[in-house]
Design a protein around this ligand. Structure first.
Ligand code: OGA
Ligand code: MN
Length: 206
């Protein structure tokens, strides 16, 4: 599927049901390159324990989330390739949904065995600039028994889907509307979480 077709499927889904799970978002070789880079960063001690909240409220809570993260800057060849796709998606969503996504931020996340991420929404209490969430997975041959499932809920807390974090797969949803959690992983779990953002203090659509 072309980048353009994929982007229009995502736009249609966000507009109708608000979320979509995609069996292939990035090519297999790109997923391999990104996973290698993540492991190199880990070996260099460049990942830091993930914090929750924002600004002065930010704090470390391993009981809430146990992953380690590193922001992407788009500089390496693999990240540059990914950023082209993310930019194309941002542009497509803006042209079809008129949501005014100004930019995106993305981080690598590595969950060591035993780590989880409690149920949450991706926008912050005092900052709802994040409008579209996209999580891309980087793990080979993931089985349900490996845990580490992304459980996605409706705004009314009904379970919608459980997504296996298999290499190349991705899930995309409206950041405000879909609480989600990562169940405890029994093996190391690698992903990239990405958020498309509007200018701060933009009112939510009706
Ligand atoms: C997050 C998140 C989900 C996942 O980083 O906010 O919810 O499946 N990640 O890694
Ligand atoms: Mn999240």
């Amino acid at each position: 599927m072309s980048t353009e077709n994929r982007a229009s499927r995502i736009a249609d889904a966000l507009c109708s049901v608000g979320w979509i799970s995609l069996a292939t978002f990035i090519e297999a070789d790109l997923a391999v390159a990104l996973r290698r880079e993540l492991h190199t960063l880990d070996q260099q001690d460049a990942l830091t324990p993930a914090l929750i909240g924002k600004g002065p409220r930010q704090r470390l809570r391993a009981d809430i989330r146990g992953d380690r993260t590193a922001w992407l800057d788009g500089a390496s060849p693999a990240q540059a390739r990914l950023f082209v796709q993310l930019e194309a998606l941002r542009d497509h969503l803006n042209r079809t949904l008129f949501i005014g996504l100004e930019d995106f931020e993305a981080h690598y996340a590595l969950y060591p065995p035993g780590a989880h991420y409690q149920r949450h929404v991706d926008s912050f209490q005092d900052d709802n600039a994040r409008r579209v969430s996209l999580v891309i997975y980087l793990n080979d041959a993931w089985r349900r028994t490996d845990g580490g499932l992304l459980r996605l809920y409706t705004p009314q807390s009904r379970l919608i889907d459980e997504i296996l974090p298999e290499s190349g797969h991705a899930v995309c949803f409206l950041s405000e509307n879909f609480p989600h959690e990562v169940t405890p992983a029994r093996r190391e779990r690698a992903s990239i979480a990405c958020w498309f953002r509007v200018r701060p203090d933009t009112p939510l659509p009706l």
